[in-house]
Ligand binder design. Structure first.
Ligand SMILES: *[C@@H]1O[C@H](CO)[C@@H](O)[C@H](O)[C@H]1NC(C)=O
Ligand SMILES: *[C@@H]1O[C@H](CO)[C@@H](O)[C@H](O)[C@H]1NC(C)=O
Ligand SMILES: *[C@@H]1O[C@H](CO)[C@@H](O)[C@H](O)[C@H]1NC(C)=O
Ligand SMILES: *[C@@H]1O[C@H](CO)[C@@H](O)[C@H](O)[C@H]1NC(C)=O
Ligand SMILES: *[C@@H]1O[C@H](CO)[C@@H](O)[C@H](O)[C@H]1NC(C)=O
Length: 555
């Protein structure tokens, strides 16, 4: 079932962050393979000779083994000639291949036309284009998934030591001063397990610079006695130490999380570069909305900052300038610039928003409020529009947050509700069918066909995850039935007549589980960017109507 993702603006901004580079520079989407789209090309190449295009090895069944034996570190792109994302990736891929080659790195890039090389596509289980796999030391059976952002750095970290060895105090001081943020692992034994785990973390976190130190004088210089990872920054607290637990060893996932959390500034600014805010995956965001041109409002940042330290990793503190980039997210909070200064806490898991009964900007009031939300003692603040005067005069009844319960939970009525977003094309596409359904049942006392604009109305116990969402609330106490059938009037009608079930549920088509997570669709992003990038045409039409875009992968 096609639909628009529901993550509203605050989260959409996150989608933007994830998709941003794709819209501008590096491509990072993939297209799912349509079985019928596969075309077999006839011109088979039989020799194991390896040709190159723009420093990218052109690989096929007959030279693949040779490429693996000759190149210790080989990143292979499996592509389809018609795939738009692959075409957009091509220049960046060739550029990366050239840079790596020029830098005399052992890392090489190759490509396989997976539509022609079906044996290779099958062997490596290619299910979407483009797919990138890293082959190490000629190992053909266990390629690694590409997990990076930025091919060159990702490959370089794998080719050489992922952290620079720092031998003396001068080098280490210069290294720390060279960047705003560096992580240095101090290990008594660089061959030990903890150090090896640290190198693994460094290989993955390509956006952070890593060093390692082993010399006793360096332990001493930084006041350390045991294995410790230190994060040095030119802001906030300057140095944060993460001692390695001697009993448990170094947990790579935990170290990665700590480094991400502590790499962030204690209080972030909401700017057009939002990726750091969202990519750290901090479960709550505490937002201070203010008008930066007003000195009194600006001074509120101090107490806001004073409250932030206690919640590090759990709550991210963000200052949002309502006269700057922050203006874009105000509608998501049902606010205007005139509401500043004010604060909101967002629970990222379900987009619930919380606010103080009365804003109090003192640091202790902020701490108390946040703790109360974390302890589940504060009810979320739900958006609701005012009910329109004529809400029940048309066949389709118009519900808002405030009136929803009264209408939908009326135990004498069978209520069928469409939750929609005004801008969502899938909602627009089904609007006529919904009207027609309502027209058909307008004389039935026991049936109500209704709609609610979910961008302006929120409900306590129903979270809408995609647009449109259809729920049926049959007469009787406390039941809710999700509708999963096709969106046409006959099927709706059958569903109603049948008391909220369909005789046979239609199969779900080509949607894969990861697409159901609907983090982002290009349509949403395009809508908010007010641009319609080429990609959104791929979503709807392009080659093969069922093609879908998954905007989560990054290169
Ligand atoms: C190749 O490397 C040289 C020297 O490191 C550099 O000046 C040049 O710009 C590089 N060329 C490309 C295409 O990256
Ligand atoms: C490939 O890597 C896997 C996992 O590391 C390993 O088990 C396997 O033995 C390797 N195969 C070869 C041929 O080295
Ligand atoms: C922001 O503050 C400045 C200075 O006090 C004021 O002139 C401006 O109108 C304010 N903007 C908004 C949107 O409230
Ligand atoms: C704000 O909270 C602080 C501490 O919780 C309290 O002392 C102060 O009176 C409050 N201010 C207002 C205006 O309510
Ligand atoms: C939401 O669920 C809670 C807990 O089950 C219940 O107490 C509350 O009445 C429900 N609210 C609405 C509007 O149905």
């Amino acid at each position: 079932m096609r639909g628009c993702g529901s993550r509203l603006v605050w989260l959409l901004v996150l989608s933007l962050a994830w998709l941003g580079p794709a819209l501008g520079g590096e491509d990072k989407d993939e297209e799912l393979i349509e079985e019928e789209e596969k075309e077999k090309e006839e011109d088979e190449v039989l020799s194991d000779e390896i040709k190159e295009e723009d420093n990218v090895l052109v690989l096929h069944e007959h030279n693949f083994a040779r490429a693996l034996s000759e190149h210790q570190l080989l990143l292979v792109e499996f592509y389809a000639p018609w795939c738009g994302h692959c075409q957009r990736l091509a220049p960046a891929f060739a550029q990366a291949a050239t840079e790596l080659r020029n830098g005399s790195s052992p890392a090489r890039l190759g490509k396989v036309d997976a539509t022609a090389q079906t044996a290779l596509a099958t062997e490596f289980g290619i299910t979407s284009y483009p797919t990138l796999k890293l082959f190490r030391d000629g190992n053909r059976t266990h390629p690694l998934e590409y997990t990076g952002r930025g091919i060159v750095r990702w490959m370089q970290r794998r080719a050489g030591p992922s952290a620079t060895l720092l031998q003396d105090t001068d080098t280490i001081t210069a290294f720390i001063n060279s960047q705003d943020l560096v992580a240095i692992g101090f290990f008594k034994d660089l061959k030990g397990e903890a150090a090896q785990a640290f190198f693994e973390v460094a290989a993955e976190m390509v956006d952070l610079t890593f060093g390692v130190a082993e010399a006793a004088e360096l332990f001493q210089a930084y006041g350390l006695s045991d294995d410790t990872v230190c994060l040095f920054k030119k802001f906030d607290e300057r140095q944060t130490n993460f001692p390695v637990d001697l009993a448990r060893g170094l947990d790579t996932a935990e170290l990665t999380r700590l480094l991400r959390v502590h790499s962030l500034q204690l209080v972030m600014e909401f700017t057009n570069e939002v990726q750091p805010i969202f990519s750290a995956k901090i479960p709550h965001h505490m937002l201070l909305f203010l008008n930066k041109s007003s000195p009194e409002q600006l001074s509120l940042r101090d107490s806001f900052r004073a409250a932030a330290g206690d919640f590090r990793g759990e709550v991210l503190f963000v200052v949002v300038d309502v006269t700057g980039h922050g203006a874009d997210v105000l509608p998501f909070f049902g606010m205007t610039a005139a509401d500043a200064p004010t604060m909101r806490l967002v629970k990222m898991k379900n987009n619930r928003k919380y606010q103080m009964e009365q804003d109090n900007f003192s640091d202790s009031a902020i701490r108390t409020f946040i703790q109360a939300v974390l302890d589940g003692k504060v009810k979320p603040h739900l958006l609701s529009a005012e009910p329109p005067e004529d809400w029940d005069t048309q066949p389709v009844k118009v519900l808002v947050g405030k009136t929803f319960e009264q209408v939908a939970f009326d135990e004498t009525k069978n209520v069928f509700v469409k939750f929609y977003a005004p801008w969502c094309p899938h909602c627009q596409a089904m609007a006529a069918a919904w009207e027609e359904l309502a027209e058909r049942y307008k004389d039935r006392e026991d049936i109500v066909i209704a709609k609610m604009d979910s961008t302006a109305n929120e409900l306590e116990n129903i979270t809408i995850h995609g647009y449109p969402t259809l729920h049926y609330f049959p007469a009787g106490p406390g039941r809710k039935v999700g509708y999963k059938g096709t969106r046409d009037v006959e099927t709706f009608s059958k569903f109603l007549e049948n008391g909220g079930t369909l005789p046979e549920e239609p199969p779900d088509g080509v949607i894969l589980p990861h697409l159901l997570e609907d983090h982002t669709t290009v349509e949403l992003v395009a809508h908010f960017l007010k641009v319609i990038p080429e990609k959104s045409r791929n979503v709807e039409g392009g080659r093969g109507n069922k093609m879908q875009v998954n905007g989560q992968r990054a290169l």
